[in-house]
Design a binder for this molecule. Structure first.
Ligand code: 26M
Length: 801
């Protein structure tokens, strides 16, 4: 068994050096004296990849040989980030690789930083999919991730005059060493055309089609014994050129089949909430779903061949409604290709499919016009109508709920009705899903909605991103926490151990010094490592309330000015995040933060107490640098709006304290770490809903708050760039304030002053930080995946032969 030999033996630095030199010469085609950082990085990557293949092939073979149930995670986004560092950690190669690179005279950090992020996602939903893939492998759960191999991931962000400018991301402009192209795993995906009836069976004759080609990336689990595949589909034309048209002289039309294929997997849609109703987006969603389901059915039929077994052998998870066309598509395959009657197809599909909801925001719920759906996917539109009619008849539901409303198809309702289980992503969110968006469907199907609180992988977000803290943890409680994060509770006794707390502080300080150096070099911002590092990193959105944070900075700045000799706790506020290109208001907040930063950072009166840094182009790799260096985690969304959050969990396990509302998973974080170790502020979800309904709530709250008034006034006076720039923002805050910035302002400002006082007492702060780490074990995505395996997928781990 050739591929297993390599991993079972212990590799020395010399072994790895030889492999790297081998790949440099024979794969990269370079002599060491001519090699660039890129050449070396590829040689190192191929060396590491070689070690993943054995466990990968072994896992695929074991799952097939044992006839195991497979989990299929369908997601339009996988926000992976870099792969090399994570693979080195999971394969346990840290030590010998450091040695090998030392022997070659290479700087490991330089090599790792050369890898572009795989940024095939917008934010939380895409990063969750990536953490899940890693946990599925770490838990030996046989699984495939299915997604799209976007040529261009999430746009890159620059600031010009403080404003966001987007440029295309181009990660595939260079070889991607982690993927294996599978030219024999190709499926045809059709669009448009018409539906015929042949021998009493519906036959869809698509008017156009593309080929979906599989690109597989192994995802190696902790300790390198199992790897699953992330299978990303790239689009290819079915015919390269319409020769008839070309010869007739119509060269543009001749290239038409190629044009669709070239655009389909070209670019990730950069919205993280709103649905723009675009035909290409619908086509992308169907492209992913159709290719995945054809692949799933081909594997299932080859292994089992008996459709009755489908729910026993296949569990499909829909990451939000983006792949919700899977319901009608699976029914189409079962009815039109396999000849099953509607009811059997429906029952099999429902026993196989599950749906995760990630948001309650009404503007984020996907809807397609029946016109567009009928034109792009005519057979699916028929099946959707059949599903809706059938559901009305069998559930006795009231007339006002359902999938098709007037000329709109509601993808949330479609996903719910076609799913065996529907889940929310935090305890609070799941209750709100039951009470709001799906209240009616929940009444009809009271057992369908379940909770699976999100989690994050501790391998990437602790062991890899925070070597300083990892070293301390390993020395103090052993390494077992890496696979069993609950073991962090062994730190509890050390919360009163002064020597340990000093080491904890030293680890945090080392991370802050490294970040401080980066901020100085990259932005010219002077961040004192002894100041509070106060970090808010996430997509820019009104409900996440970056505006609340920057208004607090303005008010604080004003207070410091009033008493420049006061006992202020020095603070560095760090922001990171992108706005959707068409989200005008979110972009205006970016502009405001940048202009406020310029004014405040250059103010000699306050500069030792308050600095603001907003490094552009926040991404997974930047998160890996910022989160381990944070003292304070800003989780300040309007209660009831953030489904879960996952950044909040990463900060907690890296020893930052949270200032936050009772929203999403903050509720569970606070319960677990203890309310005395969490800075709570703001209205509850119920109070916020009531406040919003009160006419004139914004104006009343502003008038009642001296600090809020001052902050708005300073903006309106033009203290941070031209006042006209901020009119819309100010107008919305005074007159509408839909996310209750004003209502929560005083409570937030007071909580921040409590943070100041707490930070001024290092022993107490370090104890709180220690307890946050010790009690964060619940937020491992291993716990989340075990929950899905038990409650939703009924899947079991597999032992490789
Ligand atoms: C929709 C239409 C067109 C283009 C893009 C979209 C779209 C893309 C991503 C819509 C929503 C998208 O993501 C939403 C998201 O990231 N939700 C977050 O999910 C996390 C994981 O569950 C939660 O932790 C966050 O609270 C939630 O906001």
């Amino acid at each position: 068994n050739p591929e297993r030999l390599i991993v079972t033996q212990v590799l020395t630095a010399e072994d790895l050096r030889d492999q790297i030199l081998h790949h440099l010469t024979h794969t990269q085609g370079r002599g060491p004296e001519f090699a660039t950082v890129f050449d070396w990085r590829l040689a190192v990557s191929y060396t590491v990849r070689d070690l993943m293949v054995g466990p990968w092939v072994g896992a695929i073979r074991a799952a097939r040989d044992q006839g195991a149930k497979r989990v299929y995670y369908l997601s339009m986004e996988f926000l992976i980030g870099r792969i090399l560092g994570d693979a080195i950690v999971n394969l346990g190669l840290d030590q010998p690789m450091a040695g090998a690179l030392g022997l070659l005279g290479l700087d490991q950090q330089v090599i790792l930083d050369d890898e572009p992020d795989a940024a095939l996602g917008n934010g939380g939903l895409g990063r969750l999919a990536a953490c899940f893939m890693e946990s599925l492998s770490s838990l030996n759960c046989p699984a495939f991730g299915y997604g799209i191999r976007y040529e261009h991931g999430l746009f890159r962000q620059r600031f010009e005059g403080g404003q966001q400018v987007e440029t295309p991301e181009d990660w595939l402009n260079q070889p991607h060493p982690w993927e294996f192209v599978r030219i024999n795993y190709s499926y045809t995906v059709g669009f448009k055309g018409h539906v015929e009836t042949v021998d009493g069976r519906a036959v869809w004759r698509p008017g156009e089609s593309v080929i979906a080609r599989a690109y597989d990336t192994p995802v190696i689990g902790w300790e390198g014994t199992w790897a699953n595949s992330l299978r990303l589909w790239g689009a290819l034309p079915t015919t390269l050129l319409d020769l008839k048209r070309f010869n007739a002289g119509d060269h543009t039309a001749a290239a038409e089949p190629e044009a669709l294929a070239r655009t389909l997997s070209r670019v990730l849609y950069p919205d993280d909430t709103t649905d723009s109703g675009k035909e290409l987006r619908l086509k992308q969603e169907y492209f992913l779903t159709s290719a995945a389901l054809q692949d799933i059915m081909a594997r299932f039929m080859a292994e089992h061949g008996d459709l009755d077994l489908l729910p026993d052998k296949v569990a499909i998870q829909l990451n939000d409604t983006h792949p919700a066309i899977a319901g009608p598509e699976l029914m189409r395959l079962l009815m039109d290709d396999h000849g099953l009657p509607f009811e059997r197809a429906r029952d099999l599909a429902r026993a196989t499919l599950n749906y995760t909801n990630h948001t309650l925001l009404p503007e984020a719920l996907e809807r397609w016009s029946t016109w567009l759906m009928g034109r792009v996917l005519p057979r699916h539109m028929q099946i959707i109508q059949m599903i809706d009619d059938d559901h009305r008849k069998t559930s006795g539901r009231p007339a006002h709920i359902g999938i098709v409303h007037g000329d709109q198809v509601h993808m949330g309702e479609l996903a719910f009705i076609m799913a065996g289980r529907v889940n929310g992503v935090s305890a609070l969110h799941t209750e709100l899903v039951k009470d709001t968006v799906f209240a009616d469907l929940h009444r009809l199907h009271p057992d369908r909605i379940v909770n699976q609180t999100n989690g994050v992988t501790p391998r990437r977000w602790l062991r890899m991103a925070n070597p300083a803290l990892t070293g301390l943890l390993d020395d103090t409680i052993g390494t077992g926490w890496t696979r069993d994060l609950d073991q962090l509770n062994r730190l509890e006794p050390f919360a009163h151990d002064a020597a340990f707390l000093d080491q904890l502080r030293a680890a945090k300080r080392a991370n802050k010094v490294a970040l401080s150096d980066g901020l100085l070099a990259g932005l010219g911002v002077k961040a004192d490592p002894d100041a509070i590092f106060d970090v808010q990193v996430k997509r820019m959105h009104e409900y996440k309330r970056q505006l609340l944070n920057i208004l607090e900075a303005i008010a604080l700045w004003h207070r410091i000015h009033e008493a420049p000799n006061g006992n202020w706790t020095p603070r560095v506020k760090i922001f990171g995040g992108k706005a959707a290109p068409g989200y005008w208001l979110a972009k205006s907040v970016i502009h405001l933060i940048n202009d406020v930063a310029t004014a405040i950072n250059n103010d000699p009166v306050t500069s030792e107490f308050l600095q603001i840094a907003y490094p552009p182009n926040y991404n997974v790799s930047m998160a890996e640098d910022l989160i381990p260096a944070a003292d304070l985690s800003e989780q300040i969304s309007t209660a009831g709006k953030e489904a879960s959050g996952t950044g909040n969990m990463k900060f907690t396990m890296n020893g930052a304290l949270t200032i936050g509302t009772l929203d999403g998973a903050n509720v569970e974080i606070r319960e677990l770490v203890g309310p005395e170790n969490f800075f709570l502020f703001g209205l509850t979800a119920a109070e916020a809903a009531a406040e919003k309904a009160r006419p004139g709530h914004a104006r009343a709250a502003i008038e009642a708050s001296e600090n809020m008034k001052i902050a708005l006034q300073l903006i309106a006076e033009g203290r941070f760039g031209r006042a006209e720039s901020w009119y819309s923002l100010l107008d919305r805050t005074w007159n509408d304030d839909p996310f209750l910035v004003a209502s929560d302002f005083d409570s937030y400002f007071a909580a921040q002053r409590a943070v100041d006082r707490a930070y001024a007492d290092p022993a107490s702060w370090d104890r709180m930080a220690c307890l946050n780490i010790a009690r964060s074990g619940f937020f491992s995505s291993d716990r989340t995946i075990r929950g899905y395996m038990r409650d939703i997928w009924h899947a079991k781990p597999v032992t490789p032969a």
